[in-house]
Design a protein around this ligand. Structure first.
Ligand code: SME
Length: 151
């Protein structure tokens, strides 16, 4: 399934009235993980209260040991401070990287902004090397904008 077909499904999940935010985000993660072949783990991290760290709120894929990530650490922690998309075609070339699984070859992290503030991110791991294009960035930016509307 391609991004234009997934967008209305993401919107439908976020519009549901009988689900809390965590359940909506979990369903969005599952939708993306199940329908995009090279998305093998999908998660949303958010700033953990007043702490300089990220906390995992929702995910699809294998459970991770890295539910808390300090700002600056790993790809996720770097995005928490840079406020910029981070596309990693080959994780082997990253020195500041937190490995969640030996199968992961590539990663993309897109910050999530509410009123201009970077409050979280969507993180995708892939078992395929160099799978992410500019289209992924645009799609995931769109997902984060829609999520921001329900927070
Ligand atoms: N690889 C990430 C850690 C999170 S896991 O991918 C779920 C990082 O380097 O920040």
């Amino acid at each position: 399934m391609h991004f234009p077909e997934l967008k209305p499904q993401v919107q439908n999940i976020l519009n549901q009235e009988n689900l809390d935010v965590k359940d909506k985000l979990t369903q969005v993660c599952e939708l993306l993980e199940q329908n995009i072949p090279y998305y093998d783990w999908v998660g949303f991290y958010f700033k953990n209260g007043d702490k300089e760290e990220l906390k995992l709120k929702a995910f699809a894929g294998e459970p991770t040991d890295h539910e808390i990530i300090p700002f600056g650490k790993g790809i996720c922690g770097q995005v928490a401070v840079s406020n910029k998309n981070f596309v990693v075609p080959d994780v082997k070339n990253q020195s500041n990287y937190i490995a969640c699984s030996i199968y992961v070859k590539a990663e993309i992290v897109i910050p999530l902004f509410v009123n201009g503030e970077n409050i979280g991110q969507i993180d995708i791991d892939s078992h395929t090397e160099d799978p992410f294009s500019h289209e992924d960035e645009l799609f995931l930016e769109w997902v984060n904008q829609k999520v921001a509307e329900i927070l």
